[in-house]
Write a protein that binds this ligand. Structure first.
Ligand SMILES: Cc1cc2nc3c(=O)[nH]c(=O)nc-3n(C[C@H](O)[C@H](O)[C@H](O)COP(=O)(O)OP(=O)(O)OC[C@H]3O[C@@H](n4cnc5c(N)ncnc54)[C@H](O)[C@@H]3O)c2cc1C
Length: 136
C-alpha cells in the first residue's frame, strides 16, 4: 500500500483550513501550523486596512504551494478573496485526487488555473477601485 501524501500547511485561517480539509479528503496526512494561539474569529475585521495589489508570478515552488492571500490580494472592492482562497483549496484537493500519486502533474495542472483566477480578480479590483476613486 502506498504511503499517504504528507502535507504541512503554514497558516490555519480560511485558505489553510480549507486546503487541509480538501487534501485530507484526498487521502493526505495533513498537519496545520498556525502561529496565533487565538481562535481566528477576527478575520476580515479591522479598522485600518492597507489596500495592496499583491500578485505572485507563481504559486508552486517544487512541493511548496501558495494559496489564498499568500498568493494574491486583490483590492477589497472585489469582496472575493475568501472565495478565491476556497477555490485555491478545493481545486488543489481535486487535482491531487485526479492525478493520484503524481503530485508534479497535479500541481502543473492546478497552478495555471489559479494564477488566471488571481490575475483576473486583481485586474477586476483595479478597475473597480479606479472607477470608484477616480471615476475612470
Ligand atoms: C478588513 C477586511 C475585510 C475583508 N472583507 C472581505 C470580504 O468582504 N469578502 C472577502 O471575500 N474577503 C474579505 N477579506 C479578505 C479575507 O479576510 C481574506 O481573503 C481571507 O482571510 C484569506 O484567507 P487566508 O487563509 O489566505 O489568509 P489569512 O486569513 O490572512 O490567514 C493566514 C493565517 O496564517 C497565519 N500565519 C501567518 N504567518 C504564519 C507563520 N509563519 N506560521 C504559521 N501561521 C502563520 C496567520 O496567523 C493566519 O491565521 C477582508 C479582509 C480584511 C482585512
Amino acid at each position: 500500500m502506498n504511503e499517504p501524501l504528507k502535507v504541512a500547511i503554514a497558516g490555519g485561517s480560511l485558505g489553510g483550513l480549507m486546503a487541509g480539509l480538501e487534501l485530507a479528503a484526498a487521502g493526505a496526512e495533513v498537519r496545520i501550523y498556525e502561529r496565533s494561539e487565538r481562535v481566528p474569529d477576527d478575520r476580515g475585521a479591522g479598522i485600518i486596512q492597507p489596500v495592496l495589489d499583491l500578485a505572485v508570478p507563481q504559486m508552486v515552488f517544487g512541493r511548496t504551494v501558495l494559496v489564498g492571500d499568500a498568493a494574491f490580494i486583490p483590492r477589497p472592492h472585489t469582496a472575493a478573496s475568501t472565495s478565491k482562497a476556497a477555490s485555491n483549496a478545493t481545486t488543489l484537493g481535486r487535482a491531487i485526487t485526479q492525478y493520484a500519486g503524481d503530485i508534479d502533474a497535479a500541481l502543473g495542472q492546478w497552478e495555471p488555473t489559479q494564477l488566471a483566477l488571481g490575475r483576473q480578480l486583481q485586474a477586476h479590483g483595479q478597475t473597480l477601485g479606479n472607477r470608484s476613486q477616480f471615476g475612470g
